[in-house]
Design a protein around this ligand. Structure first.
Ligand SMILES: Cc1cc2nc3c(=O)[nH]c(=O)nc-3n(C[C@H](O)[C@H](O)[C@H](O)COP(=O)(O)OP(=O)(O)OC[C@H]3O[C@@H](n4cnc5c(N)ncnc54)[C@H](O)[C@@H]3O)c2cc1C
Length: 326
């Protein structure tokens, strides 16, 4: 049941990506219009949906803003019911949470996360952790999280123990890097493990918007091949946009015959694949476990303080302004 709905979730990006690749710029069919409207909505406050009608003009009239589940400000925490679970690999689950109303969208902008809260019976205080949904921001009625379980990690263990029907408290959106189409000419995404989820959110926004021509280079580090999350979705982007999306995979424990990099993400690899520091209007994004952050960019001090730039990116000549730590 869930796996079928999961493939439906992946479908919008897939369909839009394919369509974009085959569309000529001058053909403004109704689907093109829908994508443009979607892109505009992403850049603006909300998402817009069209009820069935044959003419584009009628569709404009019928545009209805979808209600956001998360509105920020003093909204506080919203309890969402877990609807479905998919086992992704030995330590990762994809979990679908129902939004309070079936016609609601999450209300998350690009890029933003949501905060979860849980206080166990023996806990003195609540645990709070951010997560980035992997479902499309335009999906109505639910959001999907991809969660890796860490041994003794209070939140990831709690979420992995949830069963359908149980609830979890969420608050958001937590604004991160505010994206607008063509904000940068070329962006590089350096991710480790579940650090891919905010990167995937950016990719969804860029490649589902035909106006956005940003080039994207992804460097994705994992322990084993099985740990590579969202691999199918990333491969789809590589196949559809070979001129604009390139992905480089690095494994700590590479199997025999592995074509990608092995060991940690090295300075040499970054020097080879990233846009050069002197290239105009580039931005580098980094997200991953503490060890990766330290080695690549230096840690983020707090949600409001990016901290100094250090590590490989500093050594390679990038400036603090060219780097964003999720
Ligand atoms: C913007 C943002 C978005 C995120 N999105 C996701 C997401 O979509 N899915 C997801 O699973 N996680 C995501 N995370 C990480 C998540 O917020 C938690 O840090 C993670 O679930 C661990 O929480 P915990 O309470 O279980 O364990 P903690 O007590 O926080 O950590 C347990 C142990 O795991 C280590 N650890 C913590 N985080 C990581 C990590 N990311 N990689 C490797 N080791 C780690 C800690 O150093 C510690 O040793 C995101 C983090 C940020 C900042």
């Amino acid at each position: 049941m869930f796996s079928r709905s999961v493939s439906r979730v992946a479908q919008p990006l897939k369909t839009q990506a394919r369509r974009y690749a085959t569309e000529s710029g001058s053909q403004g069919g109704s689907n093109t219009f829908l994508y443009l409207a979607g892109g505009a909505a992403v850049a603006g406050a909300g998402y817009y949906y069209f009820s069935g009608s044959s003419s584009v003009a009628a569709k404009v009239k019928e545009a209805v803003p979808a209600k956001p589940a998360f509105t920020g400000g003093d909204q506080g925490f919203v309890s969402l019911k877990l609807a479905d679970i998919e086992i992704v690999n030995h330590n990762t689950k994809r979990l679908r949470f129902e939004l309070p109303e079936s016609d609601m969208v999450s209300g998350l902008q690009i890029a933003s996360a949501i905060l979860t809260k849980y206080k166990g019976p023996n806990d003195e205080k609540a645990t709070l952790r951010p997560y980035t949904p992997i479902s499309d921001e335009g999906e109505k009625g639910y959001l999907d999280l991809l969660i890796k379980k860490y041994p003794n990690g209070p939140m990831s263990t709690h979420i992995h123990d949830l069963v359908p029907g149980q609830r979890l408290d969420f608050k958001g959106p937590l604004p991160k890097y505010s994206w607008a189409e063509n904000k940068h000419n070329h962006i590089a995404l350096i991710a480790g493990g579940t650090g891919i989820t905010p990167m995937y959110q950016l990719c969804r926004s860029i490649f589902s918007n035909p106006n956005d021509k940003t080039k994207v280079t992804l460097v994705f580090g994992n322990v084993t091949e099985e740990d590579i999350l969202l691999r199918r979705e990333l491969a789809e982007l590589e196949n559809t946009y070979p001129q604009r999306f390139r992905a480089f995979y690095v494994l700590d424990k590479a199997p025999k015959g592995w074509q990608g990099g092995s060991g940690f993400i090295s300075k040499d690899l970054l020097k080879t694949v990233l846009p050069e520091p002197k290239e105009e209007n580039i931005k580098l994004f980094v997200c991953g476990p503490p060890g990766l952050m330290k080695a690549i960019s230096g840690p983020k001090v707090s949600p409001k303080d990016q901290g100094d730039l250090s590590g490989s990116l500093k050594d390679l000549g990038y400036t603090k302004e060219q780097v964003y730590k999720f």
